[in-house]
Design a protein around this ligand. Sequence first.
Ligand code: SF4
Length: 331
Amino acid sequence: MNAAPLLEVRNLRVEFPTRRGTLVAIDDVSFSIAPGEVLGVVGESGAGKSLTGAAIIGLLEPPGRIAGGEILLSGRRIDDLPAEAMRKVRGREIGAIFQDPLTSLNPLYTIGRQLVETITLHLGLGAAQARARAIELLQATGIPAAEARIDHYPHQFSGGMRQRVVIALALAANPKLVVADEPTTALDVSIQAQIIALLDRLCREHGTAVMLVTHDMGVIAEVADRVAVMYAGRIAEIGPVADVIHRPQHPYTAGLMGSIPSISGERERLAQIDGAMPRLDAIPRGCAFHPRCRRAMTVCRERRPELREAGTSLAACWLHDRAAAPAAEAF
Ligand code: SF4
C-alpha cells in the first residue's frame, strides 16, 4: 500500500515482570495499516496477537507493560498518552470489538443509552440527533425493529445480535481504526460468517481500517487485504493475503495453512507441524520455531532471523538469506 500509514507499530516490546524474571511477550514487532485496509493478525493462542491489539488500544492488563518501541496513529504517538487521553482516542479514533460482547456492553443500561452516550461524547450531537444516529447504526448492523430494540437491555439480545450492537458501538464515533479481537469466536458457527461479512462491509463503506485478530485463517482469507502471522511474540511473516495463503514464505505459515477448512468442511489443525509453541519462559535461542521446523539448519539454532523480503511478503526465516543458507533450496 502506498498511502501514508494510519497505524504504525514500531519495534513494539511488551513485557510481563514476574518474580522469576521478565517475560517478553511481544518482541520487536513492527507493522503498519493503511487507511481503509484490513490487516489480519493470525497465530496460535499465546503467539502475542491479542496482546498486540491490547497494546494498541491501551488496554494491556497489568503487570503487562509496553517496554519498548512506539505506536503511532495518523503520525501521532499514542503509546505514551495519559490514561484519560487514551480513553478518548479509544472511543473517538479507535473502536474496539472483543470476543465477548458483554465486555463492551454495560448490562445495566439499555443499548440505546450506551450508543447515545458514545455519540454525544465523541461527536457532540444533541440527544435527539444522537438517538437518530443510534437507530441508523442499529439498522445498518441488521438489528430488526431498531426503533423498538434500542430501548432493550443487552441480555434481551442473542449472542449474535449483541455482537452486532457492539459493532454499532465500535463504529458510533466514526473511528479511523477498529481493533477486533476474535470477534466471532464465541458465536455459533452459523452466525460467524454473517458477523464477519457485516464488519467487513461496514468498515469498507466507512473507509475504516481494521486490525482483525483471529486464530482462524479461514476468516482472514475471507476479508483481509494483508495478513501478519505471529509466532512466539514475533511476526514470522507478513504480506498480501492471497500470497501468504498460496505461497507461504515461512515454514510456520506453510504449516498453519493446514488449519484452513478444506472444501469438505473438515479442519485440520496445524497438520504438518509437530510439537507446540514454546512458553514465554522457554523461547529457544535463534529462530523460535526451530525445534518444530523440518527445514531447520545450524544457523537457525544460533541466530534469530529478522524479517526480510521473500517474494511479495516479508518473512523471518534464514531460508531467504542466501548468505546464511547458501545450500537451501529456493522456498
Ligand atoms: Fe525453519 Fe530456520 Fe526458517 Fe526458522 S529460520 S523457520 S528454523 S528454516
